[in-house]
Every structure is written in C-alpha cells, then in structure tokens.
Write a protein that binds this ligand. Structure first.
Ligand SMILES: *[C@@H]1O[C@H](CO)[C@@H](O)[C@H](O)[C@H]1NC(C)=O
Length: 452
C-alpha cells in the first residue's frame, strides 16, 4: 500500500493540475506594440547605432580592491562539512579573494571583452547593448542568429561559442554556411541600461530583441538560448513566428503540466521507462523528483521573484558577497555532484578569471538588483504563464544537458509544446555555451543543416 500511495498520489495530483490548467481556455494574450521603460516621460527612441567599448573607470577598480581587502569572511565552514552543501565554502572563498586581489587583471579581461564589435541602440527608452560578430568573407551563405543569455550570466558566457558559430570550419565543423551573431545584453544585465519602470518582463524583452533584429535589417532569423534566454527566445517565437526561422535551446521551457498529453507521457516515462526514447533518461527520469530538486535549489528564485530590492542590497554593496552568490551557481548548476567537493568543482570547467569576469560585469555595472527584478517581472506578467501552453510549430531543437538541473525533459513530453525536429544530449550542465561551446555549436549546425 505504501508504494502504491507513493506512486498514485503524485500521479493523481500531477494529472489533476495539468487537466485543470489545460481545460481552462487559453487567456487571450495581447502584446502591445510599444512600451517605454526609460526614465521620465514617454519619448521617441533615438534609433542610432553607436559603437561601444568596455572601459571601466579606475576609481571603480580602486574601490573594489579596498572592499575586497576589507571583506569580512569571519565565518568558517562547519567542522564536518568541508563542501558546498551549506552554500559557498568559506575556505574556498578566502582563496578566491586572494586570487581576485593579487592575480586577477581586469584590464586584461577588458581587452578580451572588447575583442568583438559591440554597439548600443535605444529601444523602448533603454540603451540596449549587443555584440555583433560577422563571419569571414570566405563564407558565401550567412545566416543571422540571436543568442540570448540568462541569470546569473551575461554575454561573456558566449565568448568561446561565438567564434565557432561565425567560423565553423576553423573549429573542425564542416559547414558551408556560417552565422552572423547578435548577442544582446538583457536590459538590466551586462552593459544594457536598467529598466526604470515596472513591467520589463521576458515578454517585453522578446519584443525589444525583435526590434533590435529588425533595426539591424533582419526580418527572419534564428534564435538560440538557455536559462532566461530560452524563455525569451521561445516567447519571441510564439508571439512573432513570422520572424523566426528556427529555435535552438539548451534549456527547454516545458512547464510541468503545460500540456495534458505531455504530462501523461512524463508520468508514463517514469512508471515505464522503456516508453522513453532516451537511454539516459530511461535510467533517471522522474518528474516528481524534479520538484525535490527545485525546492532544494531555488530559494534564490523565490527571493528574487518577491523582494529583489531587499535581496540585492548587500550583494550590490559587497563584491565578495556577490561573488559567493553568483559563483555558487556555476558549481551546483554545472553538476550537482560538485556540492560534495571542498572547492565546489569550480575549476573543473571554468577558470577563476572566467568566473570572476562574469561577477565583474555585474559589479562594475552595479546591476545585480535589476537582474534579480527580472524574476519578479516574470511572475507578475501573467501572459508569460498563458503563453507557456501555446504550441510552437516553428522547427525547434533541444540540446539537453545531461547535468542540467532544471531541464532533462524527454522528447516524449516536449514534442507537445514544440515542433522538435532535432534532439541531442550533451555531457554539460546549465551554462552550456560557457562550458561546452563546441558540442553546443555542433548541435546548432546539425539542426539547421537538417532543415535544408
Ligand atoms: C515542423 O517543422 C518541419 C520543418 O520545417 C515541418 O516540415 C513540419 O510540418 C512541422 N511540423 C508541425 C507539426 O508544425
């Protein structure tokens, strides 16, 4: 009886929620053509595209050093827990501070950040920053792609990924075409301006990114994204399908229960694993265990979705606090097993320079609070939820990270929400482009080639 209850109760709850959600008619979703998130009164955008270079004032770097020197890391790890199970290990944090103060060279990182052409342009009252990287002249066929990042990242996640997309042959990928890459910073992240008004949701961001592509002269393009990037790109595809040729995601936004048939196969795949085509997922698939992981690992989300300005205050004031908060995610989300390691396995996939540059982009722009507000806006904009149920007929690829904490969605489920024409499983975690640029790019090329 115990086992039966264990199975039947969650199944009944899952099916019930999915049924109620799906039997309710889709709320009409109206997306305004224009909105204004700039400071002050509504005014027309200045549509000029201006070149941009990262150049942080020396006073910001001096202030950072002072704060790092004075940082108070006076707590010590529990004697029997020298790992990341309680969060960022303070022993490791002391080492990281030492590296940051004595070895990390921001000016060198600035040169790296400035290696690609960057621009800003005003959209809906906000300066939007983006990288725009073109392939070498030797490619006769060029396809435009917008790549969208998430939290707690920024466009720096794409610095090893972009050169493969723009010049596949140089990286051992046999392709006659190359991509022209546009990588925007989400407003409130990176070097894009912070929204000054409420309501800048993922849907607003999708509209802004579409406007950016139209302004650059692309009215049909490809999309790639993970984390918020996958939600933004899938919303863009749902609302403006006429502009999207194909959609590639490394985290598929398939909300549990969003499709009744999907929910059925999700549960069936758990009870009868042989109904799943993925051999990997046959071993591990359990839609209910996901909720356990979500509860253990998403406290940050609840905080940011409710009180971002409170949660962000100390992060914006303390570089060491900010680093602990952000970099911890690059441990756990890359592989949950890394929680058991004293150093969080941080340098297994990333260098200290890479991790600190992600943090520095938040620090020097002072935009951790605005990045956190994006969670609040997601849950406040009910259209995002209504659109979660809408089917995407546009050809879609899912590059599934085998260590991805939030995803692991079998094609038997995702096919009810997206027209999945390409599915690959890659040994990688959440920060796909940052961790596994080559296999991720290869999957983008394979997907697009298959469509021709
Ligand atoms: C999915 O996309 C492919 C490729 O463009 C197309 O042939 C097919 O009709 C689409 N399927 C659906 C259900 O829209």
């Amino acid at each position: 009886m115990g086992i039966l209850k264990l199975i039947l109760v969650p199944v009944a709850i899952g099916v019930f929620i999915a049924a109620v959600w799906n039997l309710l008619p889709e709320k009409e979703v109206i997306v305004e053509e224009n909105n204004f998130y700039g400071s002050g009164k509504l005014r027309a955008d200045i549509e000029e595209i201006k070149p941009f270079k990262v150049n942080v004032d020396q006073s910001v770097i001096d202030d950072l050093k002072q704060r790092l020197q004075n940082a108070r890391i006076s707590h010590s790890v529990l004697e029997d827990s020298d790992d990341f199970f309680y969060g960022f290990n303070s022993k490791q944090l002391l080492k990281l501070r030492d590296y940051w103060l004595n070895k990390y060279d921001w000016r060198k990182q600035e040169t790296i950040l400035n290696q690609f052409p960057q621009f800003t342009t005003e959209i809906e009252g906000l300066q939007v920053h983006f990288l725009h990287v073109k392939p070498p002249k030797s490619y006769k066929i060029i396809k435009p792609i917008l790549v969208a990042h998430g939290w707690p990242g920024n466009v720096f996640e794409f610095y090893k990924f972009i050169p493969i997309l723009t010049d596949p042959k140089k990286h051992g990928i046999n392709s006659e075409f190359a991509f022209e890459v546009i990588a925007p910073s989400i407003p409130g992240y990176g070097w894009s301006e912070q929204p000054k008004k409420t309501g800048f949701s993922q849907l607003a961001c999708a509209r802004v990114f579409r406007k950016l592509m139209l302004r650059l002269g692309f009215d049909k393009f490809y999309l790639q994204g993970g984390d918020w990037g996958s939600i933004i790109t899938s919303l863009l595809t749902k609302v403006y399908p006429e502009n999207v040729i194909a959609l590639h995601m490394n985290m598929i936004p398939a909300m549990p229960g969003a499709s009744l048939m999907g929910t059925f196969y999700d549960i069936l795949g758990w009870l009868v694993p042989s109904t799943l085509s993925s051999k990997e997922l046959q071993k591990t698939h359990n839609p209910f265990a996901k909720f356990g992981v979500l509860i253990v690992e998403t406290g940050y989300m609840h905080l940011q979705a409710t009180k971002p300005d409170t949660a962000g205050t100390s992060l914006n004031d303390s570089p060491i606090g900010l680093a602990a908060y952000i970099i911890e995610k690059f441990s756990t989300w890359t592989n949950t097993d890394y929680r058991a390691l004293p150093d969080g396995g941080l340098n297994k996939k990333f260098t200290n320079d890479e991790l600190l540059t992600i943090v520095m982009i938040y620090w020097t722009n002072g935009n951790i609070v605005s990045s956190q507000r994006f969670y609040r806006e997601f849950f406040l904009d009910r259209r995002c939820e209504a659109l979660a149920k809408r089917y995407v007929p546009t050809p879609t690829a899912h590059a599934s990270g085998l260590n991805e904490l939030y995803d692991r969605c079998p094609i038997e489920v995702s096919r009810y929400l997206f027209n999945i024409t390409h599915y690959t499983e890659i040994e990688m975690g959440h920060f796909a482009a940052f961790e596994a640029p080559k296999p991720l790019a290869a999957s983008v090329f394979d997907f697009v080639k298959d469509l021709e």
